[in-house]
Every structure is written in C-alpha cells, then in structure tokens.
Design a protein around this ligand. Structure first.
Ligand code: TYM
Length: 327
C-alpha cells in the first residue's frame, strides 16, 4: 500500500487537462492505497482572485471531484486551509529553500513575467506545495507534466531537510500518466489547456454537454496539410487530438493516426470519445450539486483525518529543526 497525495486549485469546474492528466489517476489510485487529495485554496490566493467566489468554487471543485469518482470511503478529500499544518510546515521549508531554486521555477517565471507587482505568495507557492506533499509522507504524487518541476523541488527540500536535521520526510516520486499528461489548448496547441489563459473555445470543461464538446473539437486548430499523422513538433494540433483520443479510449496516438483519412473523421471520433468519457461525471454532478451539505460534511471529515496525519509529521519536523515541543 502506497501513500498518495495530490492537489488541485479550486477553479470550480475542472477541465479536460485536469481530468486526463491527474484526476482520473487519483480515482484509479484510491482503492488499495492510502490516498489524500487536497483542494488547495491557499494556493489560489497567490494570483488574482475574487473573495466572493473562492468559497463557492472550492465547494464546486469538491463536487466535481466526487462526481469524477473519488469515494470518501476509499480516500481522504479535504480543503488545504482547513488543516493549519500546511502553512506551518511551509514556513519551516521556506527556511530550507533558497532564492535561487525558487527563481528557477518556470511557472513562476511565466506568471511573474506578466506584471510588476508580483506577490510574494506566487514566488513561495512551490514551497507550500512541497509542504502539502511532505506533510503526508507521500510516496507517489499523481500530477500532469506541468507540475514535475515543482515535484523535483519538493524532493530536493525533503532530501536537504533530512540531511541537515535527521530523517523526517519520505522523498516523493511524481506519477504522470503515459498519455494525457499534457493536454494542449484546442485553439493554441503549443500552449497547455488551462482555465486561466485560454479562450473559452480552447478549453473543454468536464461538465460541457456533448454538443458543446463537438463544437469546440470541430473548431480546434489543426495544421497545414491534410494527412492525419502524430508529430508533436510539426503537427501540434493534430497530435493533441490524437493524444486526447488515446487517453480517452485507449491505444497509442501514433498507431491511431493510421485509422483516419481526414481531420474531419478524427475530430468526430475525438468528440464522441470525450463526450462518452465524461458522461458519468456529468450525470453524477447533476445529482451531487443539489447536496452541498453532504459535500461539506465529506470535506469536514476529510480535514479531520488529514489533520491527524499532518499534526504528527509537523510535530516531528518541528522537533527535528529545534523548536520547543508543545503548542
Ligand atoms: P492545477 O490546479 O493547475 O492542476 C491540477 C492537476 O491537473 C494537471 N493539469 C494538466 N494535466 C494535463 N494537461 C493539462 N493541460 C493540465 N492542466 C493541469 C496538473 O498537472 C495537476 O496535476 N500546483 C498544483 C496544485 C498543487 C499540488 C499540490 C499538486 C498544490 N499542492 C501537491 C500536487 C501535490 C496546481 O496548480 O495544479
């Protein structure tokens, strides 16, 4: 049995990239493992956010995750801010991390590049993420490709802390899926699918109706020529569609390419496969959305269970680093 931890920002409705890159793996890893899944509302404060909607989105994200198949009897689903040890451990780790290594984080560089008034929280974001992971002594962290560098930082901080202050943390491994770890925007296939930057046509929401999915896939940017071939460099749009198809329905993207004589045929198959893949989630969401009290209860129980593990690890880390025991 492995200890698993992963997290997601509360953007409300998940998108297909979240689902294929991470959440689907969360669902399949929950049985037979000791799995913790965290809605990282504190991370969401590091960028522009609307206080009036953050709490609602946190609840909506939880509802989507349950609709995707997380089962509170098989995993622990909780909200980051409800377990105070996350920020407590983050401070200890900030005193282990260096300015140099945080400055090299590509996600920070991309986001910071967009404005002058960079928030300190955006810079220290990966340290809080390391705290999320190390608090649970996670062996494996199922994430999409874009989180690999952050994972590497968490590993380095664990190794450094253990080296200086004695064995305290498990050094975690990233677990990325073989296909679907980097789903690209349908309109800009050289940029990853994301809620924040893409046009609405570029992102498929997991609750999109089949007609909406078909419309977006039909309008997806494809590449020059007409041959369906799997080439990420020369044909990023077509390659992305083939990866979606492979991730949704199984198979290998390069091999699947041979089944289609035109972009139109490929697009119809992709739209169909994605609609079918998301159908159970959509239906279950419809039922759960009317029961916010139930979702809140699941989150409260989750925070309690997570808090027990987190408190133990934090106490060990605090003792190791030289803090006086007690409150
Ligand atoms: P977030 O909220 O951006 O994304 C949640 C998960 O979805 C994956 N993902 C994708 N996978 C494939 N293709 C895409 N286009 C795509 N977009 C997103 C992400 O890789 C992620 O696994 N920093 C994290 C949240 C976090 C976390 C953690 C993750 C905080 N603490 C501890 C793991 C462990 C983030 O912003 O993910």
């Amino acid at each position: 049995m492995s200890r698993i931890l992963s997290g997601i920002q509360p953007t409300g409705e998940l998108h297909l990239g979240n689902f294929l890159g991470a959440v689907r793996g969360w669902v399949s890893s929950q049985g037979g493992n000791d799995a913790y899944y965290c809605i990282v509302d504190l991370h969401a404060l590091s960028g522009e956010h609307d206080p009036a909607t953050l709490a609602a989105r946190t609840l909506e994200t939880a509802t989507c995750l349950l609709a995707a198949g997380l089962d509170p009897l098989s995993c622990t689903l909780f909200v980051q801010s409800q377990v105070p040890e996350h920020t407590r451990l983050a401070w200890l780790l900030e005193c282990v991390a260096t300015l140099g290594e945080l400055g090299r984080m590509t996600q920070y560089k991309q986001k910071a590049g967009r404005g002058d008034s960079i928030r300190v929280g955006l810079f220290t974001y990966p340290v809080l993420m390391a705290a999320d992971i190390l608090l649970y002594q996670a062996d494996a962290v199922p994430v999409g490709e874009d989180q690999r560098q952050h994972l590497e930082l968490a590993r380095n901080l664990a190794i450094r802390f253990n080296h200086h202050y004695g064995q305290t943390f498990v050094v975690p491994e990233a677990a990325t899926p073989p296909v679907g770890a980097r789903i690209m925007d349908l309109q800009e296939p050289r940029r990853k699918m994301s809620k924040s930057v893409s046009s609405p046509l570029g992102t498929i929401g997991v609750l999109d109706e089949p007609a909406e999915i078909a419309r977006k896939v039909k309008k997806a940017v494809t590449d020059a020529g007409s041959e369906v071939a799997y080439d990420r460099e020369a044909k990023p749009g077509v390659a992305n569609l083939l990866e979606m198809l492979a991730a949704a329905g199984g198979g290998d993207p390069a091999e699947l390419a041979g089944h289609f004589g035109s972009y139109g045929e490929l697009k119809s198959a992709v739209a169909e496969a994605i609609s079918e893949l998301l159908r159970p989630l959509r239906e279950r969401y419809g039922e759960l959305a009317g029961e916010p009290g139930l979702v809140m209860k699941i989150l409260a129980e989750g925070a309690e269970r997570a808090g027990e593990v987190a408190a133990r690890t934090y106490a060990d880390a605090a003792r190791a680093i030289g803090l006086l025991p007690g409150h």
